[in-house]
Ligand binder design. Structure first.
Ligand code: ADP
Ligand code: ASP
Ligand code: MG
Length: 412
């Protein structure tokens, strides 16, 4: 029988009632003749609570135990979903990551999936089971320990299952009815897209649009998974939601497809470092070793052989970045006058494959920000995106202004 993957995010399984509603959706697909793999998240808020408990217990926690704790939210919803389906007379069974097994590497907290052998679940389908309910977000390392795939990782579980089982489609059920031109929670003019290209979705996700985890989009692109985002709160037709698909499958599109933001960024400036060969390596090597995810980098013009070096990173990594720099200074690898952390910034980006062939997008972006009197602190660009670092208090305003400026409320 054809296989369908259906993933339900945290808000879609937040209460027993919502689990029942989701199970009904699954029942509809089973009645159509599909064998279904359901991927569930933890109930909304649960993972945050578990992460908080770990931090309170042990600030510099052992990542293996972090995973043991934070993966548990999904175990509860997987069992409850299987029970709910059984109550509806749908033959269902729950699976934790290790039981499948979903094999990952040992990078606890943000593990990568190595393989999902389909035999165990396929055998159960062969014996009459119609729904395999799999706990999202979790796997098992080569050492036999539980791992997790990073926040939002159930999306990646879903796409990986769709690829491993050659599913007809991977449906991501969430609390919005598709992918929008920007987060509908901060811009009422945001417009739902019927289709979006993999490349654009990949950029939007990695620049902060949390509707899909970045790795899930990477996987879908690589394995050509038919990936759809839709609402678990509305009655659905086969055409509902947003299809994430190849560029060739999109007929008309705007130059800019969407606007993304990342709220909690920090801008770090090393004042007066020696401008000599190897200085960047001496700074960014220790930062990488300390696990700091450096994003933007700017080196200023040097005077008298000294220069300022600016980089951005997630705000919660500032203490780690500061420690890495202080240690490198104490060790004599680098010398700087001061390290200034600006922890009140955010990143706003515009994304669109149309930028490859259209000049003037950056100029239009900067003009729109100027019209709102928003100062730009750092700029970076790539072929299909432009990002700026600005004061966090202007984030919503900037997103709305850019959305208006590029006419994203109107279809192409
Ligand atoms: P789930 O718990 O179902 O995985 P998430 O909270 O992870 O849901 O992702 C859905 C949220 O993503 C939406 O509620 C919305 O606020 C946010 N979001 C950000 N950018 C976008 C966008 N461009 N389109 C749709 N949703 C977006
Ligand atoms: N429950 C996990 C999280 O909140 C994984 C997910 O929902 O995708 O990050
Ligand atoms: Mg999510």
């Amino acid at each position: 029988m054809p296989i369908l993957v259906m993933k339900f995010g945290g808000t879609s399984v937040a209460t027993l009632d919502r689990i029942r509603r989701a199970a009904k959706r699954v029942g509809v697909e089973v009645a159509k003749g599909y064998d279904v793999i359901v991927i569930v998240s933890a109930m909304s808020g649960k993972t945050n609570e578990l992460v908080g408990w770990v931090g309170e217990t042990s600030p510099l926690y052992d990542a293996r135990e972090y995973d043991a704790v934070v993966s548990s939210g999904e175990n509860v919803t997987a069992g409850l979903m299987a029970l709910t389906l059984q109550e509806m007379d749908v033959p269902a069974r729950s699976w934790q990551g290790w039981q499948v097994p979903l094999r990952t590497n040992s990078a606890h907290g943000s593990a990568r999936i190595d393989e999902i052998p389909p035999e165990n679940i396929l055998r159960k389908f062969g014996e009459g089971m119609r729904v395999a309910v799999v706990a999202g977000f979790q796997g098992v390392s080569p050492e036999g320990r539980i791992t997790t795939l990073g926040r939002g990782g159930s999306d990646t579980t879903a796409v990986a299952f769709a690829a491993a089982f050659d599913a007809e489609r991977c449906d991501i059920y969430t609390d919005v009815d598709g992918v929008y031109t920007t987060d509908p929670r901060i811009c009422d003019k945001a417009r739902k897209l019927d289709r979006i290209a993999f490349e654009e979705m990949l950029e939007l996700a990695s620049l902060g649009a949390k509707v899909l985890q970045t790795r899930s989009v990477e996987l879908a692109m690589r394995y050509k998974v038919r990936l759809r985002v839709l609402s678990s709160f509305e009655e659905q037709s086969d055409e509902a939601g947003t299809l994430v698909c190849a560029e060739e499958d999109i007929v008309e599109s705007n130059v800019v497809a969407g606007v993304a933001y990342s709220r909690d960024e920090a801008k770090m400036t090393l004042i007066s470092v020696a401008d000599r060969p190897g200085i960047a390596a001496a700074i960014f090597g220790p930062l990488a070793d300390a696990g700091v995810n450096v994003d933007m980098i700017v080196q200023n013009i040097s005077e008298d052989g000294r220069t300022d070096m600016t980089f951005s990173c997630p705000v919660d990594q500032v203490p780690r970045a500061e420690k890495a720099m202080e240690d490198a200074k104490a060790g004599g690898e680098i010398n700087y006058h001061d390290l200034v952390a600006d922890t009140g910034v955010c990143k706003v980006s515009v994304v669109g494959i149309g930028m490859r062939s259209h000049a003037g997008v950056a100029a239009q972006m900067f003009q729109a920000l100027k019209n709102e009197n928003i100062n730009i602190k750092v700029i970076t660009t790539s072929e299909i995106k432009i990002s700026v670092l600005i004061d966090r208090r202007y984030m919503e305003l900037a997103v709305q202004a850019l959305h208006d400026s590029f006419g994203l409320d109107k279809a192409a």
